[in-house]
Design a protein around this ligand. Structure first.
Ligand SMILES: [Zn+2]
Length: 306
């Protein structure tokens, strides 16, 4: 299984257009040791020919162009067989609207995420230009299903969604109570090798099911949004704590670094990293702490082969 990180940053990217935090200012001015990152998305393939995108970021056009594996090989063609959504956040879904140029798409999502994106969304009509422009396939947490492309073309990969503590996207918060299907992680299994990827870019906490999915994986991508609970308030960037935004922080006594210290996966990688996270700086003590615990920090262009 080949895994290519197209974008490693949380919503807003790094730097973020309206952010003057020390990281964003520093990276613009070349004054900190850090690399800009686009918003989170990963491409996965069993054969290196057909690819599945995990999430569709607002920067999808640039991300496709940045990776020759995703370039067309015929006058009208795309090696992207399907797109899988882990939640309905705009940094995970807006890219779908950018794929409107009359091309059949397959999208895997829970019914909640599917409805949250399509209902009442007039812009979605741009993906209804012809019959079956988008084929939605339902992800039911706990049920493994083949990952297949347009016309059901098999990929050799199987996928299972795992419900993860999360929350509704900000623009859907008025819909009321949340649901376990609002936010999922993914287990992707390659049939020929038995290798497993666990992809959990947004996790408000660890449940026994999440833990089980992480434990059996050869490679784990996990929520690296915030280093600390009070990261935004401490920088004067609002009042929300990491937990208010359904993100388990990386650092601290109850953070993911401590909670996942006995994880057995040979590759453990933080992704969906907010631009305020000190771990983004190559020479920070937070980066050193993550590295010492065996964790890597995802960057655009990173590749993992399982
Ligand atoms: Zn910033």
């Amino acid at each position: 299984m080949r895994i290519r990180v197209l974008g490693a940053a949380a919503g807003g990217g790094f730097p973020q257009w309206n952010c003057g935090c020390p990281n964003c200012r520093g990276v613009r001015a070349g004054l900190v040791m850090a690399t800009p990152r686009t918003q989170e998305s990963v491409a996965v393939s069993a054969d290196g020919e057909c690819w599945f995108l995990l999430n569709a970021s607002p920067e999808i056009r640039h991300q496709i162009e940045s990776f020759p594996g995703l370039h067309p090989r015929e006058p009208r063609h795309s090696p992207i067989d399907a797109i899988v959504l882990t939640n309905g956040d705009l940094d995970h879904t807006l890219g779908l609207l950018s794929l409107r140029e009359t091309h059949p798409l397959v999208v895997y999502a829970t019914d909640r995420v599917h409805r949250g994106f399509t209902e009442g969304n007039v812009l979605y009509r741009t993906l209804e230009r012809f019959r079956e422009q988008v084929t939605w396939r339902s992800l039911e947490p706990g049920r493994e299903t083949p990952l297949a492309g347009v016309n059901g073309r098999e990929s050799g990969l199987f996928i299972e969604a795992v419900a993860v503590p999360g929350k509704l996207p900000i623009h859907l918060e008025q819909m009321g109570a949340g649901d376990p299907e609002d936010n999922v992680g993914l287990r992707i299994r390659e049939a020929s090798t038995g290798r497993r990827l666990a992809y959990f870019p947004a996790a408000g906490g660890l449940t026994p099911n999440v833990r089980k999915a992480l434990d059996g994986a050869d490679c784990v991508f996990f929520d690296g949004t915030f280093w600390s609970s009070d990261e935004l308030p401490a920088l004067g960037l609002g009042t929300k704590r990491a937990e208010d935004m359904a993100h388990l922080p990386v650092g601290g006594e109850t953070g993911s670094l401590a909670a996942l210290r006995d994880l057995s996966a040979p590759r453990r990688i933080y992704i969906h990293i907010n631009n305020t996270n000190p771990m983004l700086r190559d020479d920070s003590k937070e980066r050193a702490a993550a590295k010492a615990a065996g964790w890597e920090i995802a960057a655009d262009g990173m590749e993992v082969t399982l």
